[in-house]
Every structure is written in structure tokens, then in C-alpha cells.
Write a protein that binds this ligand. Structure first.
Ligand code: FAD
Length: 317
């Protein structure tokens, strides 16, 4: 079922959902299931599964180090199919522009269609760790809006090798990313919002936001989006702070602000166990206010261990 249909069916009730990251290849998937199992108590209608960018790794071959590009966390579509089967839940694979040709993307979408996956999160992806700027893959998409168009074409039966509409069953619900504090490369929030509108105009059905720690940023973003004609659901993404290092890391990587009260509370913690508790309490306060404001879904970035998301959900759902 589509994410937007789950929202309609909920009839104003706020839903719970979360995002998981595939294990590093070669690692056992059981750990992932062990983290998901407790969260199923809160009946998530859908679970997102991220896709990782490729990275350079050094492989030892015949005693020599060889530099190669690899994707360390593959398996997104396979995990989506597995979770759908195991938990009878809808899944949302993240599909990236970076690292994929349009042809490869089409194969992935066809796989999703055959697996009964109804939702796709369409993203550009970040620059590879070794690159300063995002470089489009040869034969791939430069921006998420163009990926959204490809998915939308498939929804109308237009394939890359033939754009005369053909008989097909693709009917993907398309999610895209939104940034209450603007995307780090965007010259201004207003220009980033226009880019978001382009994604919606290309066929995106809903938006999931980047993490934020001050709800006012989200509320203002939703208002500004409405003002320029973005009328699809905007789902807030919530990340509980889990370690002290997040104080530097999150603003540095995502160019987001942390409220001073949160910084002070984390700074005052003696160890990461205490930080994790502060993160839980902050996320609970954020979530309560968002729920009272009637957001369609509270979407949590779980990143590995899910005990903190469990504690938050337990008080709210
Ligand atoms: P876009 O919408 O393409 O925008 C990227 C930048 O380009 C923005 O600054 C925008 O303003 C600008 N722009 C857009 N169109 C144009 C244009 N025509 N001309 C000039 N500038 C333009 N990353 C992963 O690698 N894997 C994941 O699974 C993943 N999941 C995510 C989930 C969510 C909810 C969010 C919020 C982010 C996620 N990301 C993920 C990170 C995301 O890939 C990065 O933030 C990436 O840098 C931008 O992706 P986007 O889809 O927003 O890009």
C-alpha cells in the first residue's frame, strides 16, 4: 500500500515509522531483525531502507593493495522484500541518482514492481566521501527531480528503451527529501524550496524532512512550502542524539543548528549513556509537540541500535 494511502486511512492520527540502514556486506542480517523486532509493537505502516553511496576501499590482492570502488552496504531492495514478507509491512527502498545509470535504476524499479513494493524514496545522494562535490554518474541523473520523472514515466508505462506507453502495473508512490534548514549546497532556503517544488511537480507524492531539533524550523518550513504551492504531506524526520560527538558531527555534516538547551544538556553528561537519555527526552518533547500539531507521520532515523527509538515510541504510540 502507498504511504499516502496509509496517511489517508489514518484519518488524522499520527503514524509511526522509521528508517533502517542495511548491514555492512558480510555481516549477519539477524542483528538488523533484532533491532526491528521490538519496534513492530508500534505498528509502523512502512519502514524505509537506505541505500549507501559507493566508496573507495583498498583490497589486498597477491600482497599488493589495490584501490577499488565498492558499495559497503548493498541489499536495499532485498531487505525491503524480506521485511515485507517477515513483518507484513510496507517498505520504502531509497533509490539514488549517484552511482547508478538510468538503465540500472530502471532494472531496480522493475524488481520493486515484481516484488510488490509500492513506494520509492527518490534521492540524489551525497558526494562520495572522497569527492568535494556531487558528480553525476555517467548515464545517471544529476538531481532527484530527474529521477522522480523517470519513476513517474514508469508509472505511465514509459520505459527507457521505448517511451510509447505500454501495458504495465507500476504505480509507485514517490517520496523525496526536504530540508527545513535548507540543503547544505543550496544558496538559500527559498531556492531550495523551489527545487523541492520541482520534485513535487515532477510527481513526488510526499516529502520526508532532514532531521531538525527545533520544531519551529519544521513548522516554518511547512508554511513556506504551502505558500509556494507544495501541498503534499511533509513528514518530519526525527533523530535522537545518541553520542556526545553528534554535537560537532551533525552541524558539520548536515549544516543544521542545535538549540543551546540541547547542547548544554549534552555537554553536562558524564558519559554516552547519559547522552542517549538526553537524546530520548529531547526527541519525546519534539515528537509530542509535532503529534499535537497533527503531523501525518513521525519518522525516526534509527541508525543501528533501536532501543532509543523504542523508548520514544513507547511514550507516544
Ligand atoms: P536534490 O533534490 O537533487 O537537491 C540537491 C541539491 O541540488 C540541493 O541543494 C538543491 O537545492 C539543488 N538542486 C536541485 N535541483 C537543481 C537544479 N536543477 N539546478 C541546480 N541546483 C539544483 N543519502 C544517501 O546516500 N542514501 C540514503 O538512503 C539517503 N536517505 C535520505 C533520506 C532523507 C529523508 C533525507 C532528507 C536525506 C537522505 N539522504 C540519503 C541524503 C541525500 O541524498 C542528500 O541530502 C543529498 O545531498 C541531496 O539529495 P536530494 O535528493 O535532496 O537532492
Amino acid at each position: 500500500m502507498k504511504v499516502t494511502d496509509h496517511i489517508k486511512k489514518a484519518n488524522g492520527e499520527t503514524l509511526f515509522s522509521f528508517e533502517i540502514v542495511p548491514p555492512v556486506k558480510g555481516k549477519n542480517i539477524q542483528q538488523l531483525y533484532d533491532n526491528i523486532d521490538p519496534l513492530m509493537e508500534f505498528n509502523p505502516p512502512f519502514i524505509d531502507v537506505t541505500t549507501s553511496r559507493e566508496e573507495y576501499v583498498y583490497i589486498k590482492k597477491s600482497g599488493l593493495l589495490d584501490k577499488q570502488i565498492t558499495r559497503m552496504r548493498p541489499g536495499t531492495v532485498g531487505i525491503c522484500a524480506s521485511l515485507k514478507h517477515k513483518y507484513n509491512v510496507d517498505t520504502v527502498p531509497h533509490v539514488l541518482c549517484g552511482g547508478f545509470t538510468k538503465e540500472e535504476t530502471e532494472y531496480m524499479l522493475v524488481d520493486c514492481q515484481y516484488l510488490g513494493i509500492d513506494n520509492i524514496m527518490a534521492l540524489r545522494g551525497d558526494a562520495m566521501r572522497e569527492e568535494q562535490y556531487f558528480t553525476p554518474t555517467k548515464g545517471g541523473h544529476p538531481y532527484a527531480a530527474s529521477l522522480v520523472s523517470q519513476i513517474q514515466n514508469l508509472n505511465t508505462g514509459k520505459y527507457l528503451h521505448d517511451d510509447t506507453p505500454m501495458e504495465n502495473n507500476a504505480n509507485f508512490c514517490i517520496g523525496v527529501a526536504g530540508y527545513p534548514e535548507k540543503h547544505l549546497e543550496a544558496p538559500s532556503l527559498q531556492s531550495d524550496l523551489k527545487r523541492l517544488k520541482e520534485k513535487v511537480d515532477a510527481g513526488a507524492d510526499y516529502v520526508v524532512t532532514q532531521m531538525f531539533f527545533d520544531n519551529q524550523k519544521y513548522f516554518q518550513f511547512v508554511e513556506a512550502a504551502k505558500e509556494i504551492g507544495i501541498n503534499v504531506p511533509i513528514i518530519p524526520g526525527i533523530k535522537p542524539i545518541a553520542v556526545k560527538r553528534h554535537l560537532q558531527l551533525l552541524p558539520q555534516v548536515f549544516k543544521i543548528d542545535l538549540p543551546q538547551d540541547l547542547i548544554d544538556a549534552v555537554d553536562g553528561c558524564e558519559n554516552n549513556k547519559a547522552v542517549r537519555q538526553v537524546g530520548i527526552e529531547w526527541a519525546i518533547q519534539q515528537s509530542k509537540e509535532l503529534k499535537e500539531a497533527g503531523v501525518p507521520v513521525l519518522h525516526y532515523y534509527s541508525m543501528g541500535k533501536s532501543d532509543n527509538v523504542y523508548s520514544i515510541a513507547k511514550t507516544l504510540f
